[in-house]
Write a protein that binds this ligand. Structure first.
Ligand code: C2E
Ligand code: CA
Ligand code: CA
Ligand code: CA
Length: 279
């Protein structure tokens, strides 16, 4: 048993080293990616369920690796968070998304809401409010057209400190939305205190909406709670017409998902807008 114990320990140890090595590699790759400008943003339409019109887009990061091709955020965002690189990456995302919103305006597209994901570490960095103000000033984008997506995990942790940041952003005119709603430990009391304008129902509740009575109950509860608190409710991950029909019946305000469009490169958004309304 003693032998086995030692072997187990060694195995565990070397597995940890491999993980550490991979992380170090990933970290230096991410640094290079920032310098070489290998990141790019895709945009996914946010659709009004009343008009069927695209009223905004969510910016989603992609890493165009020279050898490995396109790398999705789930593979690198957590390393970026652990190493603190998320601040630089996130600042770039914010600036680029604001610039793109203005490029579309100059190209004659109707003004869209630009929704940008903010990681917990990035949100809590000193001077985050100034970074946002800088991105708006540099691009000329109106504050009310920028929407920052934060998760419950981001804002409920140290809620009082975060309330200060949220309030400062709100005073600037920036819109705020709670991402992945329903998966975190949201306190309804905080929901009332936070200057948030939108709830995004997490995709996990929409996946089996047609067949799962519990998911239907959760989704419609969030929709009616949102209405009572005068919040806009958006359903994420809408893939089928049946899901869409159920959500409209519940009175959900907005939706996003493959049913309407996958995330697209900036150049393809203009074409897509010519195909609307979507319903
Ligand atoms: P998220 O914020 O919940 O973004 C929505 C994710 O769902 C996106 O994945 C999107 O492509 C995917 N999605 C949209 N519609 C559907 C659908 O109908 N079906 C399915 N199965 N998936 C759908 P993506 O782009 O891979 O991003 C994953 C996560 O990475 C995001 O989840 C967000 O947490 C994070 N992320 C992406 N871009 C950024 C960024 O610029 N900064 C930060 N901090 N995080 C980002
Ligand atoms: Ca999001
Ligand atoms: Ca989400
Ligand atoms: Ca999600």
């Amino acid at each position: 048993a003693k032998e086995l114990g030692r072997n187990t320990f060694q195995f565990y140890n070397s597995a940890m080293n491999t993980a550490t090595l991979e992380r170090l590699l990933m970290e230096s790759n991410l640094r290079r990616a920032l310098i070489q400008e290998e990141f790019t943003l895709f945009y996914q339409p946010l659709v009004s369920l009343q008009s069927g019109l695209v009223i905004g887009v969510e910016a989603l990061i992609r890493w165009q690796h020279p050898d490995l091709g396109m790398i999705m955020p789930d593979r690198f965002i957590h390393v970026a968070e652990e190493t603190g690189l998320i601040n630089q990456i996130g600042d770039w995302v914010l600036c680029e998304a604001c610039r793109q919103a203005q490029r579309w305006v100059k190209a004659g597209l109707p003004p869209l809401i630009m929704a940008v994901n903010v990681a917990p570490v990035q949100f809590r960095q000193a001077g985050f409010v100034e970074v946002v103000a800088g991105a708006l000033a540099a691009s000329g984008l109106e504050a009310s057209r920028l929407e920052l997506e934060v998760t419950e995990r981001t804002v409920m942790h140290d809620a009082d400190i975060n309330l200060g940041t949220l309030s400062a952003l709100h005073r600037m005119g920036v819109e705020l939305s709670l991402d992945d709603f329903g998966t975190g430990y949201s306190s309804l009391a905080y929901l009332k205190r936070f200057p948030v304008g939108k709830l995004k129902i997490d995709r996990s509740f929409i996946n089996d909406l047609e067949t799962d009575a519990d998911d239907q109950a959760i989704a419609s509860t969030i929709v009616s709670m949102g209405r009572n608190l005068r919040l806009t409710v958006l359903a994420e991950g809408v893939e089928t017409i049946e899901q869409l029909a159920l959500l409209r019946k519940m009175g959900c305000d907005m939706a996003q998902g493959y049913h309407f469009s996958r995330p697209l490169p900036a150049e393809q958004i203009a074409d897509l807008l010519r195909q609307q309304p979507f319903m």
